[in-house]
Each structure stands twice: as C-alpha cells, then as structure tokens.
Design a protein around this ligand. Structure first.
Ligand SMILES: Nc1nc2c(ncn2[C@@H]2O[C@H](COP(=O)(O)OP(=O)(O)OP(=O)(O)O)[C@@H](O)[C@H]2O)c(=O)[nH]1
Length: 298
C-alpha cells in the first residue's frame, strides 16, 4: 500500500493575511477535579493567531493539553501549566492563550433546624488567560437565594392593621381573642411577595493563589444574603426559613450592597463585578442591580 502523506491544511498560508484574536474550540466535554470532586465540565480552549499568514491553529494540540486537567486538582498553577502548553505548542503562531471551564459545583448544605442535609448545585466558570506573559484567573459563580420585598411587607402590615381595626373596633381586647385572631387567616390578611433570586458574581483573583477560592466566595456570598435557597426541608426548617425571610427583607439594591461589602472582605479577590436578579413574582419582569469594585483598575 502506498504511504500517502496526510494533507495539512492548517499549515498552508492564509489567503487573507490577517491575525485573529481568538481561535479554538468551545464546549469540549471533560472531567475536572475540584476539592476532591470529579465534575462534569465543558471547556472552551483557544489561542490568539498572531501570525496572519498562517491558515489555522492546531486544534488537536489544545485538545490534548486538556488531559492535564483530568487527574489533578484544579488550581491556578494547573491552569497556568495548561495555558503554557497551549503556547508552547503554537510557537511562532500565538502569543495569548485562553481557557474557560464551565461546571456545576455540588456542595452539601445542612437544613436550618432538622438534622438533615442535601446537595446544592452552583454553576461556576473558571476563566484563565495568558496574555503578554501575564496570567489572570477569573471566577464566575451563581448563587440562588430568596428575597422578600420590604415595600410589599410594609403594605401587608398596613392591611393587617386595617383588618385588626375592622375586627376589634369598639370591642374590649381579650388576650385569647387576639391570639386566636392572630392564628387565623384574618391575622395575615396580606402576605408580602418573595422571589427566588440569583447573584451572579464575577471575581478577578489575586496573583499567585495556591487554590481557587470558589467555596469561600460562595459561603461569603450566602452569609451576606442571609436567605440562601434550602435543600432538605421539614416543617421546622420551613418555619425557620419563613422567620429568616421576615427578618431579611431586601430590595435588589440591598442585596447588591451587601454582596459588595462581603466580597471586598473575602480573601483572594482583587476586583469584582456582580449582578443580582430578583425574578419578581409581582411583575413579569425582573428587578436587577449591579455593582463593581476595582474592575477597571485591576
Ligand atoms: N485550524 C482548524 N482546524 C480545524 C477546524 N475544524 C476542524 N479542524 C480539524 O482539527 C484537526 C486537528 O488539527 P491539527 O491540530 O492541525 O492536527 P494535526 O495536523 O494532525 O496535528 P499536528 O501534527 O500536531 O499539527 C484537523 O483535522 C482539522 O481539520 C477549523 O476550523 N480550524
């Protein structure tokens, strides 16, 4: 059999000599390891194509470099190695390398009162880039929480007062009657609206971190928000959640401000952008607030 040489189109000269900012593959399936968990991930891997004369990059070389992520814990150092391999395998063609990893991180969360626990899924993206010999890592994290509208709560309280006036006007106030009234539907004639809400965090990390502060950032964000969505829930937990929401009324502006203050204190973060989305049950549209810190400077 004749040994034919395989045609290599990527090695041809480009008809239009033009550099490209990003060339690569998106949506590559691969397992990654983080905090002892094997996560099912999707990767976007790319390099710049600075040599405008070259027809194409070598996709397979980027793909094969991703093997490094299969066994080793995902750290800034590992991401840097992968990006360095992207560049080493594209000498003369590329001077910037990019990697985005999308996955869902599962964390076990205890119930508020009962001795139960359940898993919660957090969509994360780890984004690393090597540009002009400088290495950067960013994290994107989504955290779900519950928010109860403070305005709606005040309006509901007013209606409850009005109902109290209607039911007890010109009557002697008896403790037992009031207690029974409070336990009836008239005692809560109006309820404030609450919604499942989402905080989308984009965190630029300090240089030379040993680990990705994903779990710490999630924990700090949930502590600041106060009413993270729950996993396993018995009635005692639901009651505690109702109380927590009643003590934690917030507009989207409140949520954004709280997160801003908490993330400034969170370690390993040198800049951030955040966006909170309250998927309103009052409206068919969302209430949204955004905040950033050090973003342009970092
Ligand atoms: N550059 C480029 N390659 C593509 C594209 N779509 C598919 N490929 C394929 O990706 C495959 C791998 O490309 P290379 O990494 O250059 O493969 P190779 O030449 O066998 O590997 P090397 O010898 O390391 O260069 C090739 O078969 C390409 O046809 C595209 O849009 N651009």
């Amino acid at each position: 059999m004749n040994a034919l040489t395989l045609p290599d189109i990527a090695a041809q000269a480009s008809r239009q000599a033009l550099p490209l900012e990003w060339v690569g593959m998106c949506g590559i399936a691969l397992p990654v390891v983080f905090d002892g968990q094997r996560l099912s991930a999707r990767a976007d891997a790319g390099v710049s194509l600075n040599d405008g004369e070259a027809r194409g990059i070598h996709m397979s070389r980027l793909y094969l470099a991703l093997e490094m992520l299969e066994q080793e814990n995902l750290t800034p150092a590992l991401l840097r190695h992968v990006l360095q391999r992207f560049l080493d395998s594209h000498k003369g063609l590329s001077n910037a390398a990019y990697l985005r990893i999308h996955a869902d991180l599962l964390l076990k969360r205890p119930a508020l009162i009962s001795p139960l626990a359940g898993w919660k899924s957090y969509p994360i993206t780890v984004e690393a880039r090597f540009e002009n010999a400088v290495f950067h890592v960013e994290l994107k994290i989504e955290v779900s929480y519950s928010s109860t509208c403070p305005c709606s709560a005040a309006l509901s309280r007013q209606l409850i007062q009005q109902q109290f006036i209607d039911d007890f006007a010109n009557k002697p106030l008896q403790h037992a009657d009031i207690l029974a009234w409070l336990g009836s539907s008239k005692g809560i004639v109006a309820t404030p609206h609450s919604q499942r809400s989402s905080a989308q965090l984009r965190l630029r990390l300090d240089d030379y971190l040993d680990d990705l502060p994903l779990i710490a950032a999630i924990n700090d964000a949930e502590a600041a928000l106060g009413t993270a969505v729950q996993t396993a829930v018995k009635r005692a937990d639901e009651q505690a959640f109702a109380l927590a929401n009643g003590q934690n009324l917030m507009f989207c502006e409140d949520a954004a401000r709280r997160l801003n203050l908490a993330l400034k204190r969170s370690s390993g973060i040198k800049a951030f952008q955040l966006r909170v989305v309250h998927a309103e049950s009052l409206h068919a549209h969302d209430a949204v607030a955004e905040s950033r810190w050090n973003w342009e400077a970092a």
